[in-house]
Design a protein around this ligand. Structure first.
Ligand code: 5U1
Length: 687
């Protein structure tokens, strides 16, 4: 018992400190998963020793007391938290409990994504927004009304009807959409300001600004998911109907919400959202299941912190804590030098990782990551993990700040950083093997020349053993060259993949590679332009250039004025294109490709067509409910439009779906024509 009491005191202190750091300092030092574990241990200990429970134990409270920066608001009804399930078994137990206690053998649930933001409560009196507050400790939050007034998706007045409820409290999540978070950070980096650590911190930090003008600059959005106090309204009988009603009143509700029956329905929803997670416009950390019928919810009731009729089914943790063992740099195909950290291997989101990117030297300086530091890393989907922050309290006393090396680790050339540039570059050009390797990897990649099987490992060996100097040399390679490469690689490090070792298998592997290279000879102009790796010419610009000029020779002959005629090509990209074709070695590579039989159809320039949208540049932003953005883009292109990824003065029309952020704001600033999804559908239907 003495041990239990000691451990209980330790856990309470640790969780209180974590709450303080998370809710008030916006600087957590443990991951969400570590926090969940501590809380679970505390709850288990209190279940085994009920005499240890105190009213102020973190197990009895939702978050932390208000910080004192803002006026306090007592919530009319407490803002609850959700119990968590980390496995299918825990969800099964939740469903069984509900079936047993309500007698309903096939209960229906409202199913929703669990947005990773900041919970707030909005109060409307007679249809007018009067106050907004954070959750705080669940019973008292902070008055952030002025800041919430700057969030465009929060209605200031309820829609629908002459007789709004006397009181309506709507609860939901303030988030920063991912695309807006990235755009914000790109701008912050370019302007030398501190970037936001992640969208959740961005949302929380933005909302708790003392100056509402600062919040107004931040791209925040709101999604509703529950009610608080209601007076003077007849409520529907279920939660899902309530969400529908909230939509009619003008509140954004995630398009991903739905209903599902029984355990199988819940798990299918979990899987389906998990698969679509990376494509959603916002970060989520799980899904929420809520018993749909309000009368059944009442039967189930509450425990101290959370309703017994709802549960959050969490995705595996995406953040983890580990130690930096070394900081290295990587040289990309344009010479950009990117630092990365070698870490003690750690499990994140079900995968073991030992490397994380640091983007650039500014980022490393801002985070002040040092060898020996404890760091929190985050992995989202298939993206390379990144360092989110350093746990400064755990820094070794003898650590020293990291510095960018003066010379390229691959070729020894000087590493330089031009004034005003964020990126440091190796000055070795194609003399640098790292740049040559990356140029080959990019050239062979699926969306460029699509040479299956030619990844980084073989590109490195081809360059290292002098079998190729440029990408044009790939087309000279024969089966014997690949077998020779394999033999030398085996002799060097004995690490060629096992499938490639035996004689016959090696022959087949080499034949396949030669066949893949051969197949890539037959390509398109847009693929070739993308594959050449001209700075700032991504897939979409390559496509625009191919259409506009029709042939490679016409593009190569274009001067700056002709290039700037192309929609979306400004002086910087035009200069990159001119510079690329002005270099004789690039022209030699192109001549080499042609000489080796690489060919593509060339046609007349497509600068105008007869479609109703010809000559118009359209930007799609936000999430469309009825189709993907790619599909909408293809349909608009079929009608003659040029679909662009960025809003500028040259944009004719912006189509804004759900949760559209900075692009929509820019379009509004520029006074451009903006359509919602309904207008788009009406237009497409009329064609
Ligand atoms: N989608 C969703 N997130 N979320 C969070 N629903 C939801 N419900 C919550 C919380 C805290 O609480 C309910 C119990 C009202």
């Amino acid at each position: 018992m003495a041990d239990a009491a000691r451990r209980h005191a330790e856990l309470v202190a640790r969780i209180r400190d974590a709450n303080h750091r998370y809710y008030q300092l916006d600087a957590p030092d443990i991951t969400d998963a570590e926090y969940d574990l501590l809380l679970r241990e505390l709850e288990a200990l209190e279940a085994a020793h009920p005499q240890l429970v105190q009213p102020n134990s973190p197990s009895q409270r939702v978050g932390d007391a208000p910080s004192g920066k803002f006026a306090q608001v007592k919530h009319a009804l407490p803002m609850l938290s959700l119990a968590n399930a980390f496995s299918d078994t825990e969800v099964a137990e939740f469903v069984e409990r509900i079936e047993r206690e309500t007698g309903d053998r096939a209960p229906v649930f409202s199913v929703e994504p669990k947005l990773d933001g900041l919970a707030i409560s909005l109060r409307y009196e007679h249809g007018v927004f009067v106050r907004g507050a954070t959750r705080g400790d669940g019973s008292t939050g902070e008055d952030v009304t002025a800041n919430l007034r700057t969030v465009k998706s929060i209605p200031m007045q309820l829609a629908g009807g002459l007789f709004p409820p006397a009181v309506l409290e709507v609860r939901g999540e303030i988030i920063m959409p991912r695309a807006d978070f990235e755009a914000y950070n790109a701008r912050a980096c370019a302007e030398g300001r501190k970037p936001l650590a992640n969208p959740r911190n961005g949302a929380a930090g933005s909302l708790r600004q003392l100056d509402a003008a600062v919040t107004a600059q931040r791209p925040l959005a709101f999604y509703a998911y529950a009610l608080g106090e209601v007076q003077g309204a007849d409520l529907p009988a279920t939660h899902s109907q309530t969400l529908q009603w909230l939509r009619q009143l003008g509140f954004p509700v995630s398009p991903e919400v739905g209903t599902a029956a029984g355990l199988a329905g819940l798990l299918a929803y979990y899987q389906s959202i998990g698969e679509r997670r990376d494509g959603l416009p916002y970060d989520i950390d799980g899904v929420v299941y809520k018993l749909d019928r309000f009368d059944r919810q009442q039967e189930m009731g509450f425990v101290s912190r959370a309703p017994r009729w709802a549960i959050a089914h969490k995705f595996p943790a995406e953040e983890a804590r580990t130690t930096v063992e070394a900081i290295e740099v990587n040289v990309g195909r344009t010479g950009a030098v990117t630092p990365w950290v070698q870490m003690t291997p750690v499990q994140v989101g079900g995968v073991t990782v030992s490397r994380a990117t640091l983007h650039n030297a500014d980022q490393i300086a801002r985070l002040d990551v040092r060898v020996g530091d404890s760091v929190i890393i985050r992995r989202a989907g298939d993206v390379i993990p990144e360092v989110v922050r350093v746990v400064e309290s755990a820094r070794p006393p003898d650590s020293v700040p990291w510095q960018m090396p003066a010379h390229c680790p691959d070729c020894g050339s000087a590493i330089e950083r031009e004034v005003g540039e964020v990126v440091a570059r190796c000055t070795g050009g194609l003399f640098c093997p790292a740049q040559r390797v990356q140029a080959v990897v990019h050239f062979a990649s699926r969306r460029a020349m699509d040479i299956e099987g030619l990844g980084e490992r073989f590109a490195q060996d081809l360059v290292a053993f002098g079998l190729i100097q440029t990408v044009a040399d790939l087309y000279r390679l024969q089966v014997a060259d690949f077998l020779e490469m394999k033999r030398r690689a085996d002799a060097r490090d004995d690490s060629t993949p096992a499938t490639v070792k035996a004689g016959k298998i090696a022959d087949k592997w080499a034949q396949n590679l030669v066949a893949a290279i051969d197949a890539s000879r037959n390509t398109t102009l847009e693929r070739l332009l993308f594959a050449l790796g001209i700075s700032d010419v991504g897939e979409s610009t390559a496509k625009t250039l191919a259409r506009h000029f029709g042939s490679l020779d016409a593009l190569m002959a274009a001067d700056e004025a002709a290039l700037q005629q192309v929609p979306d090509i400004g002086p910087v990209v035009a200069a990159h294109i001119l510079h690329f074709f002005a270099q004789s070695h690039n022209c030699e590579v192109i001549a080499g490709l042609r000489a080796h039989g690489v060919h593509w159809p060339e046609g007349a320039p497509q600068r105008a067509s007869d479609g109703p949208l010809s000559g118009k540049t359209v930007v799609l932003t936000g999430t469309l409910e009825s189709m993907s953005r790619d599909e909408a883009g293809a349909r608009l292109e079929a009608l003659g439009a040029r679909v662009s990824g960025s809003v500028s003065k040259k944009t004719t029309l912006v189509i804004a779906g759900q949760a559209a952020g900075s692009k929509l704001a820019k379009a509004q600033d520029l006074g451009l024509e903006i359509w919602d999804e309904a207008q788009l559908l009406a237009f497409l239907a009329a064609q």
